[in-house]
Design a protein around this ligand. Structure first.
Ligand code: NOJ
Length: 535
């Protein structure tokens, strides 16, 4: 065992199985498709993969509606395909992290079907949050689902059940020991099959309080929880402090018990990363106290503007906060729930920011396709499948744009992803963004990521600290520049749309785009670029 656990500074590549590679021509990616492309992932230079759910599911919410958490959905293959995948990954020295979805099951899960059949007051209903209607027939409270509409659905006998997400995703009652035991069984099931860690979905949501009480501003709360709704920051923060179903202190005891399970797999260095959208930010660190989980996602960069003050603040804050519990931060620019970074801030900017972020201390997550510089797919409403789109009658466009399958090769859509019809259409313009094209182009985003990941391993492994050298917030003021030192590297990002001069220092080993002009003792940085220099 090494003294630094593998996950501390790992780069973890998120695979959305449905969109990665289709091995059988049904238009959807699958486990054999992933296995056959793990050499591509290894060549990228990442340390691990995180697989979004591939469990038995009616797929109402991209597999986050789990009907059997201990089996593989036939659309993705079977358990033996999973075993082959994990063996191949380990052969290639890639760790495997899988999703676990403890906040809710699918309504197709045997427990929910049993709860419907068993009726009010039964032990089967007690595994979920079933409540009688109010005397006037209305739901037990006024909470709004995160996908829009009420968070309660009425069943035939008049009771309501709680679902923070889609009505097909009934929330589990974590005060029920059967729920706890079942999840421990699920953790052990996948650990015994060899997984190296878990990404814990809605980790902050398992415990609810005051279910019988209305929230004073349910619509405001719902808007505050949506990243696409603009809101005064003070108002949003105040609302986020009042969420009765997130970040209740009871969740921590659950993770303490999970940690004991992880640690009982001696020598395996099992890790877990929490998806926890909490406020105030200091609360996120509670999930990574030494006896709880290992990492917590930092979502600040998913919505961050390409702005030096903003970036300086969120990066400094993340590092300082996680240090209070002796943990390191995590960084993510894109995932399956948010617009892709290239669409959000622009192509050159997203290359610069990626190179910048990959030099920061801690662990970085890369969402499959990000390394190709993929934008969001342009979709017609008729193609959309996200429940957030369907539950809001199209008011919220949803997350399908970020989930369009990867373009692998060839001139024509679907670019080798499938021999059939892809589950979401792939833009014909993506022919310049295929793996095949980018592999051969030394200036491509793919080769930029490969270089950055190689250099990160060589120069930054084991270097936990970074020091800001320049930012508009620091004493040495300079607009549109961020500079920090980490180990032997100086990382300099020009956030301006014009070239900027800086003092030359050391030898440039990486540049995100454009080329560097040397003017005597000065370097002229291209617009929207980031360089790594070795000194
Ligand atoms: C977070 C997941 O990332 C998202 O895709 C899903 O819809 C919700 N949790 C509900 O499970």
């Amino acid at each position: 065992m090494t003294s630094t656990p593998w996950w501390k500074e790992a780069v973890i590549y998120q695979i959305y199985p449905r969109s990665f590679f289709d091995s059988n021509g049904d238009g959807e990616g699958d486990l054999p498709g992933i296995t056959s492309h793990l050499d591509y992932v290894q060549k990228l230079g990442v340390d691990a993969i995180w697989l979004s759910p591939f469990y038995t599911s009616p797929n109402k919410d991209g597999g986050y509606d789990v009907a059997n958490p201990r089996d593989v959905d036939p659309r993705f293959g079977n358990l033996s395909d999973f075993e082959t995948l994990i063996d191949r990954a380990h052969e290639l020295s890639l760790r495997v992290v899988v999703d676990i979805v403890p906040n809710h099951f699918s309504d197709r899960h045997a427990w929910f079907q049993a709860a419907l059949a068993a009726g009010p007051g039964s032990p089967e209903r007690n595994r979920f949050h079933f409540y009688d209607a109010n005397p006037d027939g209305t739901p037990p409270n006024n909470w709004i689902s995160l996908f829009g509409g009420p968070s309660w659905t009425q069943v035939e006998d008049g009771q309501y059940y709680l679902h923070l997400f889609d009505s097909s995703q009934p929330d589990l009652n974590w005060e029920n020991n059967e729920v706890r035991d079942d999840f421990e069984k699920t953790l052990r099931f996948w650990l015994d099959l060899g997984v190296d860690g878990f990404r814990v979905d809605v980790a902050h949501g398992l415990v609810k309080e005051n279910i019988r009480e209305n929230h004073p501003d349910p619509q405001g709360l719902s808007d505050a929880l949506r990243l696409d709704v603009d809101m005064d920051i003070e108002k949003r923060n105040a609302l986020l402090m009042s969420v009765p179903f997130f970040d209740r202190q009871g969740v921590h005891e659950i993770y303490r018990s999970w940690r004991k399970i992880f640690d009982s797999y001696i020598g395996r260095e099992i890790m877990a990363v929490a998806e926890a959208w909490v406020h105030p930010p200091i609360n996120a660190t509670l999930y990574v106290r030494p006896d709880e989980l290992h990492q917590v996602f930092n979502f600040d960069l998913l919505t961050a503007p390409f702005d030096e003050d903003f970036l300086f603040d969120v990066i400094s804050r993340s590092i300082a906060l996680t240090a209070t519990v002796k943990a390191l931060p995590t960084w993510a620019l894109s995932n399956h729930d948010s617009p892709r970074v290239a669409s959000r801030i622009g192509d050159a900017q997203s290359r610069a920011l990626a190179v910048f972020v990959l030099a920061l201390p801690g662990s970085a997550y890369v969402f499959a396709g990000q390394e190709l510089g993929l934008p969001d797919g342009k979709l017609r409403d008729a193609d959309r499948q996200d429940p957030a789109f369907l539950r809001t009658n199209g008011e919220v466009k949803g997350r399908d744009g970020a989930r369009v399958p990867l373009p692998w090769s060839g001139e024509q859509s679907p670019f080798g992803f499938t021999t059939g019809t892809p589950w979401l259409p792939i833009d014909p313009l993506w022919k310049s963004l295929t793996v095949e094209v980018e592999d051969l182009d030394p200036q491509s985003t793919l080769n930029l990521y490969r270089q950055a990941l190689t250099l990160r391993k060589i120069h930054l492994t084991g270097v936990e600290q970074m020091q800001w050298l320049q930012s508009s917030n620091s004493e040495v003021k300079s607009a549109n520049l961020l500079i920090f030192q980490r180990g032997p590297l100086q990382i300099t990002m020009n956030l301006a749309e014009h070239a900027q001069e800086i003092e030359a220092k050391g030898q440039v080993i990486l540049i995100s785009s454009g080329s560097l002009e040397v003017h005597g003792e000065k370097w002229l940085l291209p617009p929207y670029s980031c360089i790594w220099s070795l000194n």
